[in-house]
Design a protein around this ligand. Structure first.
Ligand code: TYD
Ligand code: MG
Length: 446
């Protein structure tokens, strides 16, 4: 039999007919690897199912039934529970707590759950389960990595929920290349997804991601599944954030917040103050903002460090914030306030290991930079909320009432917002400062 081979980029999954040094899709070097694919697989691929078009009005449009997972944070991120037959990919760096989260869900569910592990031995999993507790006694464990054998077991056991830990350990007989390679992951996931769709069984697939934040190997996997959840957080912090990157059955705005403790992961119901470091004194460069994560307000601390650049090119480094957005804010501060920042290093950090994309924290970022640049502390009793426009105007943000109320509830003295956010200051006990232009900020805070 003539071996059929194909070349895949191990980083993004793009397929090539010949080897190349650099992947033209993700621009990574030396990631294209030859993988052996047998003829059988190619033949299978060609079989397309026959379908018949149906009228749109004939399609049932009632809300999908959802199974609750008994975990409020996970349910919210999923959009209200698990949709039958859906395939959910749970990605995250090794050691972040993916197995712990899934095991915990499996133990708490009063359903026949099959936990398929190729990562840890049954004994290790048993020991972890003891630690977590809450065993409803219905979960079964399968230590297997061969997709065909897994399929066979699934047919016999007919579990109500399946958990695969992890996709990188699975291998299919049909493909020759090693476990974890792009073609193996694609084939194995394809079989599992087919099972989920045919039987209506929901499946969670755990996938490790690499440093760059991609599911190692297959970006393709993200397109195949219904929902992509990302489990993130700083391993040095106890907090873990569960975020939906893609969700066919819900919004991608929601996040779930957990805390890792000695008995697994604890749901954090009221996270708003969680990410603030409890500093006693006011330090320069630290400013507090109220971000929205889904429908919940979250107080975040922005830390900036501005210092003269030691080497030629000044550095701009961010953690938890978009670097391009930082460049934009620095440019606005230079142009509209005449502050010389081009010769300085700027480091920006969102504390607590969380990533914030809400533009409403722009004003806090600008304030933190000004505070560090002037070495003048900003009170930790103040909060800053506003989006920054290119002309230097402070623009209004969504859900301002909710943000003000949260800051008030947590005992802040003052909140700086855009002058264009229409609110009635009489409605609140907290002092409210409306700002029109970024250049007005300096006089107010320093
Ligand atoms: P794990 O779920 O194995 O991570 P992943 O599957 O994403 O690789 O989590 C591993 C870490 O979690 C490990 O460093 C120990 C810690 N942990 C706790 O702190 N408390 C616990 O109760 C458990 C089970 C794990
Ligand atoms: Mg694991």
């Amino acid at each position: 039999m003539k071996l059929k081979t194909t070349y895949y980029c191990q980083n993004c999954g793009t397929q090539y007919s010949k080897w190349m040094g650099q992947c033209s899709t993700c621009k990574e070097w030396n990631t294209i690897v030859e993988e052996v694919i047998s003829k059988k697989e190619t033949k299978n691929r060609l079989k397309t199912p026959k379908g018949r078009p149906v009228k749109l009005i004939e399609i049932d449009a009632t809300e999908e039934y959802r199974m609750p997972t008994n975990n409020a944070e996970l349910d919210r991120v999923l959009g209200g529970g698990i949709v039958p037959g859906s395939v959910i990919l749970l990605g995250g760096e090794p050691g972040i707590g993916k197995s712990t989260l899934m095991l915990q869900i499996a133990l708490q569910l009063p359903l026949n759950t099959l936990y398929i592990s190729g990562e840890e031995s049954p004994k290790q999993i048993r020991m972890r389960a003891e630690r977590i507790g809450h065993d409803k006694g219905k979960m079964k464990l399968l230590f297997e990595t061969n997709v065909q054998k897994i399929w066979h077991t699934l047919q016999q056991e007919k579990p109500e929920i399946v958990i695969i830990d992890s996709i990188q350990t699975l291998h299919s007989d049909v493909i020759e290349s090693s476990a974890g390679s792009v073609s193996q992951i694609r084939e194995s996931a394809g079989e599992i997804i087919k099972y989920a769709k045919q039987t209506g069984t929901p499946v969670f697939i755990i996938g490790h991601i690499n440093k760059e934040g991609q599911i190692a190997g297959p970006k393709v996997l993200e397109h195949m599944v219904d929902t992509v959840l990302q489990f993130e957080g700083d391993r040095n912090h106890l907090f873990r954030i569960l975020r939906a990157q893609k969700n066919r059955f819900g919004s991608t705005n929601e996040i779930g917040i957990f805390e890792m403790y000695n008995k697994g992961l604890r749901e954090i119901k009221n996270p708003s103050k969680l990410l603030l470091t409890s500093k006693e004194t006011d330090l320069s460069g630290t400013v507090i903002s109220v971000a929205m994560e889904g429908i919940r307000p979250l107080l975040v601390e922005v830390q900036a460090l501005v210092s003269p650049a030691v080497y030629g090119t000044p550095q701009r480094t961010t953690t938890g914030y978009d670097t391009k957005r930082l460049h934009m804010i620095l440019a606005v501060l230079e142009k509209r306030m005449g502050i010389k920042l081009s010769g300085k290093d700027v480091f920006l950090n969102i504390t607590g290991g969380i990533r914030i994309d809400d533009p409403a924290i722009d004003l806090a970022v600008a304030a933190a930079i000004l505070s560090s640049n002037n070495d003048a502390p900003v009170s930790n009793q103040w909060a800053f909320v506003g989006e920054l426009g290119l002309t230097g105007e402070v623009r209004p943000v969504t859900r301002i009432e909710q943000r003000i109320t949260e800051a008030e509830k947590l005992g802040f003295e003052r909140i700086f917002i855009s002058r264009h956010n229409k609110i009635n200051p009489e409605d609140y006990k907290i002092s409210i400062n409306g700002i029109g232009e970024i250049k007005d900020l300096q006089a107010l805070i320093i």
